[in-house]
Structures are given as C-alpha cells and as structure tokens.
Ligand binder design. Structure first.
Ligand SMILES: O=C(O)C(=O)C[C@]1(C(=O)O)C=C[C@@H](O)C=C1
Length: 195
C-alpha cells in the first residue's frame, strides 16, 4: 500500500520523521514551529484539562469530601517538575504553569457546585471513579509538559500574550466553551507567557 505524504502525522504513537515538527522534541520542533503552533497546544490542552474538572466535581459531589486536595496537588506538581527535568524544560516554569492549571480546575469545580446547589435538577446522577478521572488528568498533564518543553521560544517572546490570546479564543470558539470554562481557560494559561 502507498503511504500518502504526511500520513505519519495521523499515527499518534509513530516516531516523527527526521526533522518533522513534534511537540515532544523541543530540539526538532521548538526552533522551527511558528509561535502559534507552539502556543496553541497549551491552550487546547488547558481547555481539555479544565473540562476534566467537570468529572472531578461529579466524582466528589455528594461525598462530603472537599474540592481541595493538597496532597494530590503536591503529587501533580512533583510529577510534572520531574517530567520537565527529563525533557530539558524549566521545572520552575512548569510548576508555575501547573499551579494555574490546578486553580482552573477548582474554578470549574466550585462553579459547578454553585450551579448544582442552586439547581439540584442539574446535579450529576452518576459518580465517576475519581481514580480513573485522575488517570485521565495525568495523561493530559504529560501532554501539557511536552507542550511546555516545546515552547520556550514563544513563551518568553514579547508577543506571547497576543498569540496565546488568539489561540485561547480559537479554542473557546471551536470547543464552544461556556462562560465558566472560558473563565477557567483564562485562569489556566495565566502564567504561560514569561519564560
Ligand atoms: O484530583 C483532584 O481531586 C482535583 O480536584 C484536581 C486537582 C488538579 O487540578 O489536579 C485540583 C484540585 C485539587 O486540590 C487537586 C487536584
């Protein structure tokens, strides 16, 4: 069978062709990818992570357990800093970005709790398994650290806020984010720019 040009890009686990842009390889990608292509994955993955806040909220709703889990937050921050080190990314910048990601998840969870308290008919009837939801969050965390590692140029550039704003606005529109998730996305990417 003939392989169409660019087909490798659709095979998610295939190694990129030599010189192909890759979010996972800052050496091959960050220098050659446009600022938008460096920053867009950060906005898209931030929206994806914030959306998982819905499932976390549903997993906790009605259990009496708190939204804040400082032990889990430490685990997340330590894991992403370690992964950043492995990828040659800045662990301090990675931690800073993930503190915002965590705050964004809480924006979603608190917002949904308010909604569900005011209108119990809209509260979830099923309770997802928190461990499974966290496994999904871990997967997004890993992709986010790769996106951080692949974007040092764009993140430290003076135009970063403008390009990131465009990326976030496109994600908002394409994903049809509601007001709560739009606010969470803004919170999530607050300190992406600045190196
Ligand atoms: O895992 C949870 O329990 C979450 O609420 C998610 C999350 C996160 O964003 O990673 C957010 C708030 C908690 O304090 C801990 C972690």
């Amino acid at each position: 069978a003939t392989v169409p040009p660019g087909a490798h890009a659709t095979v998610s686990h295939a190694a990129p062709a030599p010189g192909a842009p890759s979010a996972a390889s800052p050496a091959g990608g960050a220098a050659t990818r446009s600022p938008y292509r460096q920053l867009r994955p950060l906005a898209a993955l931030s929206a994806e992570r914030a959306a998982l806040g819905d499932l976390v909220a549903a997993a906790k709703w009605g259990t009496g357990g708190p939204i804040d889990d400082p032990a889990r937050e430490r685990e997340v921050l330590d894991a992403v800093a370690a992964q950043a080190r492995q990828l040659g990314a800045d662990p301090a910048a990675t931690r800073r970005i993930f503190r915002d990601q965590i705050e964004a998840s809480k924006v979603v969870q608190r917002g949904l709790y308010r909604l569900w308290t005011a209108d119990p008919a809209r509260a979830p009837r099923e309770r997802p398994d928190l461990a499974k939801v966290r496994a999904e969050i871990n997967r997004v965390n890993e992709a986010l650290v790769r996106a951080v590692a692949a974007s040092p140029g764009a993140r430290s550039a003076p135009y970063c806020p403008v390009v990131l704003g465009v990326a976030a606005e496109r994600v908002r529109s394409e994903e049809r984010l509601d007001a709560l998730h739009t606010r969470a996305l803004g919170r999530a990417v607050r300190s992406v720019c600045g190196g």
